[in-house]
Design a protein around this ligand. Structure first.
Ligand code: BG6
Length: 477
C-alpha cells in the first residue's frame, strides 16, 4: 500500500478578500455589505449599520492591509513552500455597484498583479467567487439574493473574471459556506451569504429556500460557463462541514442526527447531483412552501454539477432528539448538545480531529468526487513571550492532529483529497466576531481590536513547523 500523499497535493493556506485586503474604498472599489458591518467580539454581536456610522469600528475597512502588502505576504507564503493560496475576489472591486455593464479595470488589474505575484513564486491561486460579501447596492436596490436578477449580475461578474484569469487560475469555487444560511435564525449568516436578514422576513425559512434556489442556479450556470470558457477549469462548490453526531445510540437520536445532517447534505446533493433530493421536496410540501423556479432551471442544475467539493472543517457537534435532551444547546444547531468526549476552544468550537476523517468519508462515500479541505484551523488568542515570539504549540497540536486524520482518510480509506489550506494562514479579521484577537495564522499581524498596531508581520513558531510539513509532503508532523 502506498502510504504517501500524492506528489501534486496542494498544500497552502486560505483567507478571504474582505478579511485581509483592507483598501475598502481604494482602486475604484464600491461599498460592500461587509463595509457596513461593525467589529464585534466573543459574545458581542456585529451590527449591520446599513451605512457607515460614526462611533463604530469597522475592522474590515483596513483588515490587515493585504491590498498594499501582498508582495511581502506572498514572499512569506513562498518561504513556507505553499503550493497554492486560497483567497476570494471582492465583487465590489470589479463591479462597484454590482449592476453595471462594464467592470472596473483598476480592480481587475489588482487581481492580475496579485495572481502574477503568486505564479512567479510557483503558487497556484485558488479563488472563491463569493466569500461573504457583495456590493451593498445590490442589497439596497434589489433586496440581495431574494431577487432573481442577482443571478444575472453574479453570472456577469463571474464571466468577466473567469475569462480574464482563465490562464492564471485553474481552481475556483462559487459560494463560500453556502449552507451557513440554512441556519437562518442568525442574522449574520444570511446577511453575509446573501444580503438578506432572514429573521426580518415574513416567512424567513421559505425566503431562505428561495434565495438558495437563486444561488444554486447561479452556481450551476457559472460551472457550465466556466467549462465553456476553458475546459481545464475546475469549479467547485464550498460547504461548511460540521458533522452532527447522534448524542446517543437511542434510535430517536440517531434518526434525528440523520435528519439534521440534511441541513448540510442538501447543499452537496444539489451541487453535486444536479437536482433537489426527495426529502426537501417533501419538506416544502409539508410546510406549504412555494419556491419560484423557471422552466429551464431543472436543466441548468443538471448541466452545472460542480467538479469538486471545497469544504471547511473546524469542529463537530452532537445532537439529541428534540424534547429528549437535558444538555445545554450550543448556539446555531437546533438540538445540539455539548459532546462530553471532546474539548472546545475558548469560542466554544468543539475540537475533534477524528471528525475530519469521518466527514471526508461521509462526503466521498455520498458523491465519489474529489474533496478539497479549503479551511481548517484553530482560532486562539496569541500572546508574545518575553522574546517577542509566539509559541503557538496549541495551533501546531490542532493542525497536526487534523492532518494525521486527513492522511488516514486518504491512505487507509482511499478518499480523494486535492489539497489542504488551513484558514487564516495570515492573521486576519474574524468573520463571526469581527475581531483581530481570534487569530489563526502562521504569520502574526501587529493589529489589535482597538485599532492600534503597525501591521508588521512576524513568523510564529507554527510557521517553521508548517514549512517542514509541506517540505516532507506531510511526513514530518
Ligand atoms: C469560515 C469562513 O466560516 O470560518 C471564514 O469561511 C471564517 O470566512 C472562518 O473566518 C473562521 O471563522 P471565524 O469566525 O473564527 O473567523
Amino acid at each position: 500500500m502506498n502510504n504517501a500523499l500524492p506528489k501534486d497535493f496542494l498544500w497552502g493556506g486560505a483567507v478571504a478578500a474582505h478579511q485581509v485586503e483592507g483598501g475598502w474604498d481604494q482602486g475604484g472599489k464600491g461599498l460592500s455589505i461587509v463595509d457596513v458591518l461593525t467589529s464585534g467580539a466573543h459574545g458581542v454581536e456585529r451590527v449591520i449599520t446599513d451605512k457607515i456610522e460614526a462611533g463604530h469600528r469597522y475592522a474590515n475597512h483596513e483588515a490587515v492591509d493585504f491590498y498594499h502588502r501582498y508582495t511581502d505576504d506572498i514572499a512569506l507564503f513562498a518561504e513556507m513552500g505553499f503550493k497554492c493560496f486560497r483567497t476570494s475576489i471582492a465583487w465590489s472591486r470589479i463591479f462597484p455597484l454590482g449592476d453595471e455593464l462594464e467592470p472596473n479595470e483598476e480592480g481587475l488589474r489588482f487581481y492580475d498583479d496579485m495572481f502574477d505575484e503568486l505564479l512567479r513564486h510557483g503558487i497556484e491561486p485558488v479563488i472563491t467567487l463569493s466569500h461573504f460579501e457583495m456590493p451593498n447596492h445590490l442589497v439596497t436596490a434589489y433586496g440581495g439574493w431574494k431577487s432573481r436578477k442577482l443571478v444575472d449580475f453574479f453570472v456577469r461578474f463571474s464571466e468577466v473574471v473567469l475569462r480574464r484569469y482563465q490562464h492564471k487560475v485553474k481552481y475556483w469555487m462559487t459560494f463560500n459556506e453556502i449552507n451557513n444560511q440554512r441556519n437562518w435564525k442568525v442574522p449574520l449568516f444570511g446577511y453575509c451569504c446573501s444580503g438578506v436578514i432572514y429573521p426580518q422576513e415574513p416567512n424567513p425559512e421559505e425566503c431562505m429556500y428561495q434565495v438558495l434556489h437563486h444561488q444554486f442556479v447561479a452556481s450551476a450556470r457559472v460551472v457550465s460557463l466556466g467549462h465553456a470558457i476553458n475546459p481545464d477549469l475546475q469549479i467547485g462548490c464550498m460547504l461548511a462541514m460540521v458533522p452532527l453526531y447522534p448524542y446517543s445510540c437511542h434510535p430517536d437520536d440517531v434518526m434525528y442526527a440523520e435528519i439534521a445532517m440534511r441541513e448540510r447534505f442538501l447543499f452537496g446533493d444539489v451541487h453535486m447531483r444536479g437536482h433537489y433530493p426527495a426529502y426537501i421536496r417533501r419538506e416544502w410540501q409539508r410546510k406549504g412552501y412555494q419556491i419560484a423556479m423557471e422552466p429551464e432551471d431543472e436543466e441548468i442544475l443538471r448541466a452545472g454539477c460542480a467538479d469538486y467539493i471545497g469544504l471547511s472543517y473546524y469542529m463537530s457537534n452532537a445532537v439529541r432528539a428534540l424534547g429528549a435532551g437535558t444538555g445545554t444547546a450550543l448556539s446555531g444547531f437546533e438540538g445540539s448538545v455539548p459532546n462530553p468526549h471532546v474539548k472546545a476552544s475558548e469560542w466554544g468550537w468543539q475540537i475533534d480531529p477524528v471528525g475530519l476523517r469521518y466527514t471526508l468519508n461521509q462526503l466521498y462515500g455520498r458523491y465519489e468526487k474529489p474533496l478539497f479541505i479549503v479551511e481548517n484551523g484553530f482560532g486562539a488568542r496569541d500572546v508574545k513571550n518575553e522574546q517577542g515570539e509566539i509559541d503557538d504549540d496549541y495551533r501546531i497540536a490542532y493542525l497536526r492532529a487534523h492532518i494525521e486524520q486527513m492522511k488516514l482518510a486518504i491512505v487507509e480509506d482511499g478518499v480523494e483529497v486535492m489539497g489542504y489550506t488551513p484558514w487564516g494562514c495570515l492573521d486576519c479579521v474574524s468573520f463571526t466576531t469581527g475581531e483581530y484577537s481570534k487569530r489563526y495564522g502562521f504569520i502574526h499581524v501587529d493589529r489589535h481590536d482597538d485599532g492600534s498596531g503597525s501591521f508588521a508581520r512576524t513568523r510564529k513558531r507554527s510557521f517553521d513547523w508548517y514549512r517542514q510539513v509541506i517540505a516532507s509532503n506531510g511526513e514530518t508532523l
